[in-house]
Design a protein around this ligand. Sequence first.
Ligand SMILES: CC(C)(COP(=O)(O)OP(=O)(O)OC[C@H]1O[C@@H](n2cnc3c(N)ncnc32)[C@H](O)[C@@H]1OP(=O)(O)O)[C@@H](O)C(=O)NCCC(=O)NCCS
Length: 149
Amino acid sequence: MELERESRSAAHWTAEQYAQALPAGSQQPRPERIAWVAEEGLEGQPRVASKAAEIMAFLIARRIDLEWELENVVVAARVRRRGLGSLLIKNLVQDAGRLPRATIFLEVRESNRAARALYEGLGFEETGARKNYYANPLEDAILYRLNVH
Ligand SMILES: CC(C)(COP(=O)(O)OP(=O)(O)OC[C@H]1O[C@@H](n2cnc3c(N)ncnc32)[C@H](O)[C@@H]1OP(=O)(O)O)[C@@H](O)C(=O)NCCC(=O)NCCS
């Protein structure tokens, strides 16, 4: 949450929303929501891990049937532009690719040039917009889709 709070353009959830989204001890064979965290590696290199000592980045996504929604991706300001955001999203694409004809959807603030450049660079296509979707400040959402196969 600390990492998310320092990123104004990230999606902001309460502690309760995170707890509800990621219940502890879920026994489902295939979770409908995943969270990946990138932590500082032994040699200072980023790697993807399930539990973080020092969190550098995280991604949260949920799946309904063949459709994934990328709900949030945040990289700590001090380690941006080092490929961590790309690494996490490529991980999601790889995981989604286990199902045939999977699709990943997401929405992003129109003004979020960094995130939009990241998504477009990974092959996401702009599919539309939602007028005044975000509050504080009021702003349109731009919708993106990636067909995994
Ligand atoms: C968007 C965000 C996740 C990108 O993470 P990152 O680890 O810095 O991204 P990467 O290093 O993988 O960048 C990959 C490519 O995305 C584009 N990109 C990333 N940040 C950019 C920026 N500030 N300006 C322009 N392009 C940018 C570039 O094309 C970059 O490739 P390059 O570095 O070779 O030029 C990060 O800036 C962030 O956490 N922002 C705040 C939270 C947020 O807005 N999340 C999105 C919510 S929808």
